[in-house]
Ligand binder design. Sequence first.
Ligand code: 5AD
Ligand code: SF4
Length: 396
Amino acid sequence: MNLADSEEMAAHLLTRGYTQTDCLEEADLAIINTCTVRDHAEHRAVSFLGRLRQWKREKSGRRIIFAGCAAQRLGNKLKKIFPYLDLVSGAKEIDQFATLLDRSGLFPTAPGGTLSTQGITGYVTIMRGCDFACSYCIVPSVRGPVQCLPSQIILEQVRQKAAQGYPEITLLGQTVNAWQEKNKTFADLLNEVSAIDGVKRVRFVSPHPIFVTPVFLDKIKQNKKIARHIHLPAQSGSSKVLQEMKRGYTREILLEKIFALKELGFSISTDLIVGFPTETEADFEQTLTLVEEAGFSTAYCFKYSPRQGTLAAQMPLLCEKILEQRLDILLNRVKGLAQQSYQQQVGHPVQVLMETPNKGRSSNNFWVQTQKNYTIGTIVESEVLQAADTLLIVRD
Ligand code: 5AD
Ligand code: SF4
């Protein structure tokens, strides 16, 4: 999401005389696009802002914009602490970014460069915000309620991306599969996006398990352009903790959904939180066994971080030592998952979208090497010969 928002902000700056650079020393403007989902993320962004004080002093005319979710949460308080900060643009204001630039008077219109496009994936935001209220999560309060973009606008953006040569489209939203419009569901949208000329593969991130229903699966199962990989945040393996997190599903229901996805050939990655305030040793064990039962291809593991204003922030914390121990145990458990799931692909058919002449990503999200060379952006159908750590070698 931040990547797509950064692209959007950059596009407005290109019409104000700026050119994109990866090198801070060359830059006249730094935008820090931030996350506040965990305290650590916010802390890193703010300390980077602190370090930019010296950078700004070194050359006159340099400017700094602090954007995104941490900007939304901390607001203009930041300007008091960091007086050299030029502009604060909260996550909710992304639509008004151009107006904000104009109003500041610091960024007059001028011809600029073009955005350097990278990779084969075009990102298209289809919704923003979240209507859930997971007890640990700050997103609803910083991003606000769900706002779905109209399908007409989404499809037009996909057409543009496809015309620019992106063979893969990734639809984005905080709860991407909550997207809906009158009689249209998210599954309908996926099918319409896939039908656009030039679109060879469609991905989406991040879905909520609640909307992964038999009806959804039924509507997409014939559509092979929809990548067979889903990042499905489980958060915990304990039904009791899931309830206290207000996730809206139990371990059993989640597993049912996971098995149904696997039936359709989906690989599944996930997010897990350890040390939620009410998590007992037995609850934590349930998360460990979930990892095994679900057969995730990867899992991102996080230590619970209390976020201001959330329900869980009022609960007494577990001690840091327990959090660290549990994270350590879980990380050890998930360490081998990637290699294991690569190994399981041997002998199976794969559909690869080429990202370099001889490397690409499979529909189910594995990194694949071919024997021959192909044009970037083409799809190669083959069979997996062997897995070398986290790379599949195919017969082609
Ligand atoms: N503490 C730890 N992890 C969190 N996440 C969200 N909020 C918190 C929190 N307060 C994790 C969830 C989510 C991912 C983006 O970040 O696992 O899926
Ligand atoms: Fe946060 Fe839950 Fe919404 Fe995801 S669904 S953004 S975890 S409140």
